[in-house]
Design a protein around this ligand. Structure first.
Ligand SMILES: [Zn+2]
Length: 133
């Protein structure tokens, strides 16, 4: 069931709200940016995503195909969310689960994870090695 969660960057200048179902799978990907930032997203649809404050503090980073937009706080560097503009489910937001407020460690440890082979651009399959992600 979807619930509304708040997520913040480390310095709390960026605050977003997202409707997430944490019983649905989250993702860990081995692509060059997810690996470096250890990004752990839950998926929100555009109608279930709102920036509450700090939009002006965000820096957008794009690379490669330019399809995915990676946002981080320009003060503390934390990535609260990213935007996938052309995914199999259309435009969607990846909300950094590590930034969620009001979620216990026990709840975090129960969130299902799908491992994704982003390194070779094959998001339909799991990487051979994924335990380190
Ligand atoms: Zn910040």
């Amino acid at each position: 069931m979807k619930k509304t969660y708040k997520a913040t960057c480390h310095c709390s200048q960026v605050v977003i709200e997202a409707d997430l179902d944490l019983s649905q799978t989250s993702f860990r990907c081995n692509c060059s940016i997810c690996r470096r930032s250890r990004f752990w997203p839950a998926i929100a649809m555009p109608e279930g995503f709102r920036i509450l404050s700090g939009e002006g503090e965000l820096t957008r980073y794009v690379f490669g195909s330019q399809k995915n937009h990676h946002y981080f706080c320009r003060h503390c560097g934390i990535r609260v969310f990213g935007v996938g503009n052309e995914t199999p489910i259309g435009k969607m937001y990846g909300v950094n689960i590590g930034c969620l407020e009001g979620v216990t460690e026990e709840e975090l440890s129960r969130i299902p994870i799908t491992y994704v082979e982003g390194m070779h651009d094959r998001p339909d399959r799991a990487p051979e090695f994924f335990q380190y992600l």
